[in-house]
Structure formats: structure tokens, C-alpha cells
Design a protein around this ligand. Structure first.
Ligand SMILES: [Zn+2]
Length: 413
């Protein structure tokens, strides 16, 4: 437990905030600080073929210690943190034997982590929690995942009596800005399948995520002096709001859950002459997803037809771009990879929580790049903000799950 805590703290105290405005990979130079440190550590614990490329993607190998040929599996996590909240000068606080009450994160600023607001805390009564000091995020997303993978590899190396096939380790930059899979060398990784250790609560196991598309709309108008505008002016801002009003009102993020998809307006800026709107479309079901994309196109077509005479050209331009797809399509034909993770948890007395992700993971993109990749809990809660925390016991359990999966796969023919 102390070993895991120390390792985790050595990672979260290195600032690795991603920068969405940068075009380089990694998006922020400071991600190299932790990446280089991880490379040294992977070598030091005895992994083979430890490599880091010019974009800071790390791979390493734990060679098989059995004669039989069994599947090669991988474990993946990301070392960047979200730009949504600062990750500089993280000062982790350790709360041993949590009593189920309020945790004062910051006395001066009166920032309290309370189970009356975050009821999940009560799951961890009596355990050791690591929290922030209320001024930064913690970075358990996903340095908890890295801690668990490194610790599990170290454990397997130190305990050669535990039999396993070839296991690969992959750490990526820039997951939080949606680029973690961009330059992942799936071929070099050479795995039959992998798991991202990037989920939240202990027991989480995910192999379904949204299908996702981004929509850009440009409404065009005609500016005329308002005193002389009758029959002449076209106000593009009003067109844009009319368009938005035609989308199904109940199908928005704030009114949907579970498998319900949505349209979500994420950006709007305009003047009389031109208004730009950005939407995102999300749905687990591929057919419904395609239908949603058709609907946004159809509404645009109707606008264009209606204003064709008056405006002389298309009054709205639309661009629909697919972003990622539900990994279920790629995982379902090899459901044993989910079953193995589920069995590993059950063997360890962990209740699997299998539910669809209302978002995407790097695993969804990797699954479509040829590496089926379900997601397993890393143990943290309240990601992307100052209330983020992780129970050390959950990290330990995640280590156990990795070791258990390795053993189950070693028996696969
Ligand atoms: Zn993450």
C-alpha cells in the first residue's frame, strides 16, 4: 500500500496538463518530464524493449515465462491531465482510515469534500483516500492507471512463479484532448487485445461507448439598415436559433441518460451577416446515430430550399464529421476479452459494474485501429476537478485485476 501511494504521488506531482491549442505531440512539452521518468522506471523494474518515440508514446514488454503460445495482451493508460483544471503544484493529501465524514481539503478557502454531496465517498469508509488540497486536480485520471500497470508488472517480475504470456505496456500523451490514439503504433504493440486502465469506480468494466459526430453550421445573412430592412434583411442569428429550435427538445445531454442519445449545441457566435453553430451528436446505437446525422442535414436542406429564391445561394452550409464509434461493434465478436476481465474481478471478490460509457475512450479509437480495447476501473472519482480523489485500496485491487487477467490468459489456448 505504501509502495503504491509513493509511486502514485511521484507521478501526480509532475505537471502534465495537455494543451488543446497546440498542434504538437505531446501538446505540452512538460508531458516529457513524466514520460522520460516513466521510461527510466520501466527499465529499472526490469521490463524489456522499453521505447519512447518522438511523440512521447511509450511501449514496453514483459516477456512470457511459459512455453505454450497464448494471446499477447496489453495494458494502456495516459499520462496527461485535462486542461479543464490546473494540474500544476499538486499537493496530495492522505486521509488514512476515512471515517465517513467531511474532508477539509482547504481550510483557508473553505473547500470541503463531503459525502452529503459526493455520496460515493461512503463506499470507502475505513480506507485510505488520496485527495487534493482543493487548489488543483489530483491526476488520478489517469496516473492511477499508470501506477497500477507499473506496480503489476513489477509484481509479476518479482514473482516468476506466476505464469503469464507476453504482456505489453503502453502509455500515451494527450488523451484528454482526444488525441491519445492518434499516433499509437498498434502494429508495433503487437497485441491480440488490450485494456485501458482508465475507468473510475472499483468494478467498472466498459466495452460500449457513444458513436460520435461533430456538426458545423454556417448561417449566412444580409445586413441592411434596420430602418429600410423590410423584405431585404436576413438576420443569420435568427436563422440559427430557428434551426436549433427544430432539433428534438428532449434529446439534449441534460435530459438523457443510459442508452439515450442526444444533440448538443456546444458553440454559437454570430452577427447579422454570419452565424456559426457547432453541435455534437452522440448515440450508442449506430442506426440511430446515422438517423441523427440525417436529421441535421434534412433541416439544413429545408432551410436552403426555403430561402433559395430570396438568397440566391445556400443560406446554410453544413459539415458533419464522424469523430469515433462505439467499440462494442469491434469487441462483441471477441466477447471473451470482456469475460476474462469480468472473471478476474469475480475471482478477486470485486463486483463487476458493466455499463455503457456516455463518452469515448482511447480504447474506442484503438478498437477501430485493430486493437480491441475495453476499459477497466482505475479507482479514482470526481475526475477533472479539485474534488478528485482515489482510494489506495482501489488502486491495489486494480493491480490485482491486472495480475489475475495475466494468469487467466496464460491458461488460454
Ligand atoms: Zn482518463
Amino acid at each position: 500500500m505504501q509502495h503504491i501511494t509513493d509511486r502514485f504521488i511521484s507521478y501526480v506531482t509532475v505537471d502534465t496538463e495537455a494543451d488543446p491549442n497546440s498542434n504538437t505531440t505531446p501538446s505540452s512539452a512538460k508531458q516529457w518530464d513524466l514520460a522520460n521518468k516513466l521510461v527510466e522506471e520501466l527499465k529499472a523494474i526490469g521490463l524489456q524493449d522499453v521505447s519512447i518515440d518522438d511523440k512521447a508514446y511509450i511501449q514496453a514488454t514483459l516477456p512470457s515465462n511459459i512455453d505454450e503460445k497464448v494471446p499477447t495482451i496489453g495494458f494502456i493508460s495516459h499520462f496527461d491531465t485535462t486542461p479543464d483544471f490546473t494540474g500544476a503544484n499538486v499537493k496530495p493529501q492522505i486521509v488514512p482510515n476515512y471515517d465517513g465524514g467531511d474532508i477539509i481539503l482547504n481550510k483557508e478557502k473553505n473547500i470541503v469534500l463531503s459525502p452529503s454531496y459526493f455520496e460515493d465517498l461512503l463506499l470507502y469508509k475505513g480506507q485510505t483516500l488520496i485527495t487534493t488540497d482543493g487548489t488543483t486536480l489530483l491526476g488520478a485520471d489517469d496516473k492511477a492507471g499508470i501506477t497500477e500497470i507499473v506496480t503489476a508488472m513489477e509484481y509479476l517480475i518479482k514473482n516468476p512463479q506466476i505464469k503469464h504470456g507476453t504482456i505489453k505496456v503502453g502509455f500515451t500523451p494527450d488523451e484528454e484532448i482526444g488525441r491519445g490514439a492518434d499516433f499509437f503504433d498498434v502494429e508495433k504493440f503487437g497485441c491480440d487485445w488490450a485494456y485501458t486502465m482508465d475507468g473510475s469506480q472499483i468494478g467498472e468494466l466498459e466495452y460500449e461507448n457513444f458513436n460520435a459526430a461533430g456538426v458545423k453550421l454556417k448561417f449566412k445573412g444580409k445586413s441592411v439598415h434596420p430602418g429600410y430592412a423590410k423584405g431585404k434583411m436576413i438576420n443569420s442569428m435568427l436563422l440559427a436559433t430557428k434551426y436549433i429550435a427544430k432539433l428534438p427538445k428532449k434529446e439534449v445531454p441534460e435530459r438523457t441518460k443510459d442508452y439515450q442519445g442526444f444533440f448538443h449545441v456546444v458553440h454559437l457566435d454570430g452577427s447579422i451577416e454570419e452565424t456559426n453553430v457547432q453541435l455534437i451528436i452522440r448515440d450508442h446505437n449506430r442506426k440511430k446515430f446515422e438517423k441523427r446525422k440525417k436529421l441535421v442535414q434534412k433541416i439544413a436542406d429545408k432551410f436552403n430550399a426555403k430561402y433559395a429564391k430570396q438568397f440566391g445561394e445556400d443560406i446554410v452550409e453544413i459539415e458533419v464529421k464522424d469523430q469515433y464509434y462505439n467499440m462494442r461493434e469491434k469487441v462483441e465478436p471477441m466477447m471473451h476479452i470482456v469475460d476474462i476481465a469480468e472473471k478476474a474481478m469475480k475471482n478477486l471478490g470485486i463486483k463487476p459494474i458493466i455499463k455503457p460509457i456516455r463518452g469515448g475512450t482511447d480504447g474506442s479509437r484503438l478498437s477501430y485501429m485493430g486493437l480491441p480495447c475495453p476499459n477497466i476501473f482505475a479507482g479514482g472519482h470526481n475526475f477533472h476537478g479539485k474534488y478528485e480523489y482515489v482510494p489506495v485500496e482501489s488502486m491495489q485491487k486494480a493491480v490485482d485485476v491486472i495480475v489475475e487477467i495475466a494468469q487467466i490468459v496464460a491458461k488460454q489456448k
